[in-house]
Design a binder for this molecule. Sequence first.
Ligand SMILES: Nc1nc2c(c(=O)[nH]1)N[C@@H](CN(C=O)c1ccc(C(=O)N[C@@H](CCC(=O)O)C(=O)O)cc1)CN2
Length: 298
Amino acid sequence: MTKADIIDGKAFAQDLRARVAEVAADFEAMAGRKAGLAVVLVGEDPASQVYVRNKGKQTVACGMESFEHKLPADTNEADLLALVERLNADPAVDGILVQLPLPSHMNEQKVIATIDPDKDVDGFHVVNVGRLATGLPGFVPCTPLGCVMLLKDKLGSLSGLDAVVIGRSNIVGKPMAQLLIAESCTVTVAHSRTKDLPAVVRRADIVVAAVGRPEMVKGDWLKPGATVIDVGINRVPAAEEGKTKLVGDVDFASAAEVAGAITPVPGGVGPMTIAVLLRNTVVAAHRNAGIALEEGAL
Ligand SMILES: Nc1nc2c(c(=O)[nH]1)N[C@@H](CN(C=O)c1ccc(C(=O)N[C@@H](CCC(=O)O)C(=O)O)cc1)CN2
């Protein structure tokens, strides 16, 4: 029987989008234009196509302008960089996002480095990485910021808590660790070379699993009452022949027996990614237009 509280990311994301929509309407009234988000997709990766379609739909539903650029998989890098430069110069575009992963012939770091840091609503540009690391205002990657929003909503202050982040990617693990440090947690970043990972995880009040390995974190790795944030989205074969299902990096059934609170997959962290992207876009619009945004509005 499940003992842990289930953290409902879908509901939280819906609430955040409603707040973004209010702020976007106020922005339009003040600026005389809508906030705008440009999303660039290169190639036909099926999951990326779904994410980009949802980004466009949710941007419009929040009262913002969506600019979608779909390029064939064999687009050369120079053409993609030229598009990013045009979007940098377009005053109707407040936020730019290049959907990842890019085709293997492209250099992701070079593409991200071409985005104007003040339009980098993904928070991946080194300028924004540096701003996060030094506590300066900038854009924070959407998934980790969404995780921190869920954690603070559940736990209130995170100060003094022991946190273990499993995974050290630039998109989730590293920014997640920075955000938890900023919340005054004691942070350990664990990864594939960590010795005795279960023992490391067992020390944590907060566990963030972002390792990309289906159901790796088991219930007996957890301190009783720990809060577990599962960032994994892994498609695996389902019991029914020929079907698949989504699972996280945490073995939900055993973890929910021990944890105090846990995010499900799907319906936990995933929906926060796009909601925070919309939040970052409306924040970018205010900054780009020189309009102050009320403290705590989002
Ligand atoms: N430029 C970027 N590329 C990618 C990012 C990103 O933040 N910026 N993140 C991921 C993909 N992603 C958004 O782009 C994303 C992933 C998952 C979800 C989501 O809502 N997941 C649902 C399940 C969806 C399903 O059924 O497949 C959930 O977990 O409940 C939204 C967005 C990689 N690329």
